[in-house]
Every structure is written in structure tokens, then in C-alpha cells.
Design a protein around this ligand. Sequence first.
Ligand code: GTQ
Ligand code: FE2
Length: 370
Amino acid sequence: MTMSSRAVSGTAELDHFYDAVKRIHGRALWQTAGTAKKPPTVPYLWKYRDFRPLLIKAAEIVPIELAERRVLVMANPGITTDWQASNTLLANLQIIKPGEVARSHRHTASALRLVIEGSGAYTAVDGEKSYMEPGDFVTTPNWTWHDHGNEGASAMIWLDGLDVPLVQGLEANLYEAYSAKKFPVTKPTDLSLRLYGAGSLRPTWVKHHAIHSPLLNYKFAQTYAALKAMAGQAEGSPYDGVSVEYTNPLTGGPALPTMACFASLLRPGRHTQAHRHTGGTIYHVTHGSGRSIIGGKVFHWDEKDTFVVPSWAWHEHHATSESVLFSYSDSAVLQPFGLYHEEALEENGGHQKVEGEFEPLPVPERRPAA
Ligand code: GTQ
Ligand code: FE2
């Protein structure tokens, strides 16, 4: 609704009319800005080298018992809350020290982990532990009990992706603390990896009725080997390079019902073509370095950096060394409802006109977190 309100305002009679509508908690649709409003999510890049020292500092001065999760949020400066990376998604960095346990809880928001550094920490989901290594993609499906513990000798850091803003928008964000620090371990470590990690082989005796993937840990070694094997034989996508989706092995659908997750191998020196689609996407640089052009601006990224491509923003990538980008997107929610749209850039050989370099933005005035 982008109709002009000019023609229908400015007389005493109309003013009087709008007043009367307002008093009954109404609003004339033709007077609202409606969907013409520009979405607030801005393309943004968070450098790991800025965050890492502060994560280490947090590990020194903030006890895990007080924080529950020792997490620094990457906040999108276009959004007036101080806790979200995009309109629907969180991108957080979590650190856990040797010997610590991040206590068990569950929530209706779905979560994922992409492991950045360290070893020896596990995530336990509904009684199954999985030890995490750098590059692993770990799922925490919604409403499952989960705790993390570090049984190793060094601090461990990972990226948390959650759909909290989406679930809050739906007013469906429930949370429950478990009565003890750890949920009882009732299953063998990495049972789901043994049952479902072979891809196209389905154990016939196991019943899995949940909507989410039964697999908790998609190991990086397996993902990387698959990407390399594909890259040896195939060009891949003109927009995303050699790109795979982490799927639910039982359905072929997204690993988590609300978040589609991908790993993309970009070959050095290649430019992908620009395209845009609905669905905001968070990218994390698992390895390599390069740049992306998002909405006409150049974003230089290095290993372990995180950036966001807002819904409907033009984007293209250029790796300077072989790179693997992990990404997650709310497109899983858009697809089944006919809200996913995609188009390729036709002009200028499929590349955007570069208008400048990304610069960090000033921290905006924000209302405090709820
Ligand atoms: O590890 O369970 O970054 O519940 C935010 C909320 C991590 C977690 C976050 C969470 C978690
Ligand atoms: Fe959680």
C-alpha cells in the first residue's frame, strides 16, 4: 500500500474523521506507510579479531554461573534492538573454559553451532553428547534440552545461530531451565552420527517423528571432503560456488525447520555472479579470505569473520584463497509459504557497480534489551 495520502487529508472534515477513527483504536489503511517502509537490516561485517580478545576477557571476568551462556552478540546497527544480527536471526559468539558447564535449558527457538576454535567441549542434546571440532555444524533442535561442557584443556569458541527474533515475532518464544546443571546422559556419544551420518542409509528400526533433523553433528571433515570431491568435477552454482545444504537425512529438507544451512567452497580468483533473494543470510568464514560485494559495497573478510546479507540485497563473492563459507538463512521459513523469490543481476555482466568500501557504522541509540 503506497498510496499517497495527500488527496485524502487537509480538510477540517477529514481531520475530524481521522481523529474519530484514532479514538476507537483504528487507523485508515490509506494513511499508513504500509509495506513501503525500508527494512532495517543493514549489510554488516563483524571482525573476529575485534571480538576474540573480548571473549577471552569475558572468560576471565564473567563467571559462567552468572551468565548461563557466556556469549557476545553481534548486533546489526540498522536494528534498534541490541541483540540481533538480522530481522529474524541471531549470530552470537560463545566461549567456554576448561571444566565449565553451561547449564541445561530448552527453548522453542532453534539453535545451531559452527565451531570456531578449540576442542574438548561437547554439546549434549536430549541425553546425547557430541564432542565438537572446528568447522563442525551442530544442531540444537527446538525444545530439546541442551547443555555444553568443556572437558578439554583450552577455551573453546563457537558461533551460535538462533531464530529468536523470528520466534519472538510470532510470540512463541518459550524458555525453560532444567532442574539440574546437566541433563542425564542416556545415549552413547554421537549415536545420531552413527545412525544417520552415512547420508543415504536409513536405519530401519529407529523411529524419528520430530520435524527436525535427527543428526546432531555434521562433521567438518566429511563436509570438506564432499565439497572437494564435487569441486573436482563440477562448476557449482554461479552465485554460491560449490555449495551444499546441510539436510535432514530423513526428508532431504532443511537441517532445522526454520533455518536453512549451507557450506560453500569458493575457488581462489573466481568471481561469483550477483543475485538477490528474499531471506536474510548470515555468513561465517570457516576458512580462507576474500571479499563480498553486498548492496554495492565491498566487504573484505578473513577467516572466522561473520557477515550478514539482508533479504533482497544484491550480493556476490570473490575468494582470494580457497574459502569455505558457512551460512544460515531464514529461507527455510519462506520456501514452504511461497515467499522465496530470487533473481540474477542481468546488467554489467552480472556484477554490481561498486560504490565504496564497507566502513564500520557508529553504534546507534538503542533501547535496552528486554
Ligand atoms: O548455547 O544454549 O548464544 O540458549 C543464545 C541462547 C546460546 C545456548 C546463545 C542460547 C544459547
Ligand atoms: Fe540454548
